[in-house]
Design a protein around this ligand. Structure first.
Ligand SMILES: CC(C)(COP(=O)(O)OP(=O)(O)OC[C@H]1O[C@@H](n2cnc3c(N)ncnc32)[C@H](O)[C@@H]1OP(=O)(O)O)[C@@H](O)C(=O)NCCC(=O)NCCS
Length: 251
């Protein structure tokens, strides 16, 4: 049975165990240390440490063991962390995403993609959607009330990123206008649950039957509206040559 466990944390308000782990990093594996040395911005380093610590806490909470000793992770340059030792559980997948102070983590025994975004007021959503949206998504966006447009934009964005990340695809701006988001149908094997919470949007793509289990839902999240389920279709490459031109100028 497919299952997915989730954690979401604000790194400004870290619980004591994670706060201590961020300062004493002896639990990192060699490959994680190597990746950390390449990260220079303090905020990015904090995101990395909180994310990799949070994943260990989630793995231990879900599958047992000690978070800091029993769940060593490999940290490939262009990919999500993966378990170095499969002795406790085989085939587990890990996903991470961060935006500003927020860090989200997920573990699953099946396909998994995760993305979280917080609004950036300096960016024009309409312009960005012109680069990453299909024609249908742009028409819908332009037709809705301006007060709902940010929510719509970040739904589309996080869904597409979660979809790409589930496939371990890296920066793929040219692919985004060829991914059509739509409400999920019963026949969809993979669906994304989308939460809108305290200004952030989070999408988690997993098998449709995998009901998310929250390990540490921040207060208020459980009372927020139930996540909607969405799916992503790949459009044929020949679709909308205009879109491909726009993408080239964005990339
Ligand atoms: C990999 C990628 C998807 C990460 O996106 P991001 O929004 O910058 O970063 P996130 O915080 O969501 O995710 C980063 C985490 O994803 C994981 N990750 C890295 N590469 C990955 C890949 N190829 N596939 C899946 N997960 C990946 C890592 O765990 C990383 O965190 P860590 O380095 O601290 O371990 C990014 O390189 C990318 O391709 N983004 C597409 C950007 C884009 O088109 N945006 C549209 C806006 S116009």
């Amino acid at each position: 049975m497919a299952e997915v466990a989730l954690a979401l944390i604000n790194s400004v308000l870290l619980p004591p165990e994670l706060k201590a782990a961020v300062h004493s990093i002896d639990w990192l594996t060699d490959s994680e240390r190597q990746k950390l040395t390449q990260l220079l911005a303090p905020r990015r380093r904090l995101q990395f440490l909180v994310g990799h610590g949070l994943v260990r806490q989630l793995l231990a909470a879900q599958y047992g063991g000690d978070p800091w000793h029993d769940w060593p992770l490999d940290a490939p340059t262009n990919g999500p962390p993966c378990l170095l030792s499969q002795t406790r559980q085989s085939g587990l997948k890990v996903a991470l995403s961060h935006s500003a102070a927020w860090v989200a983590a997920a573990v699953s025994n099946s396909a998994l993609g995760l993305d979280v975004e917080t609004p950036n007021e300096r960016r024009s959503l309409q312009t960005m959607l012109g680069s990453i949206g299909t024609r249908e998504e742009q028409v819908t966006f332009n037709a809705i009330a301006p007060s709902d447009q940010a929510r719509e934009f970040y739904r589309i964005w996080t869904l597409k990123e979660a979809w790409l990340k589930q496939r371990h695809e890296g920066l793929a701006l040219g692919r985004l206008p060829l991914l059509q988001t739509r409400p999920a149908r019963e026949s969809d094997p993979l669906t994304a649950r989308v939460w809108h919470f305290r200004g952030l949007t989070m999408s988690c793509l997993a098998p449709a039957e995998a009901k998310p289990i929250w390990w540490n839902a921040p207060s208020g999240l459980e009372e927020s509206e139930l996540p909607q389920q969405w799916a992503v279709d790949e459009l044929p490459v020949a679709y909308g040559s205009d879109d491909l031109h726009i993408v080239a100028t964005c990339a």
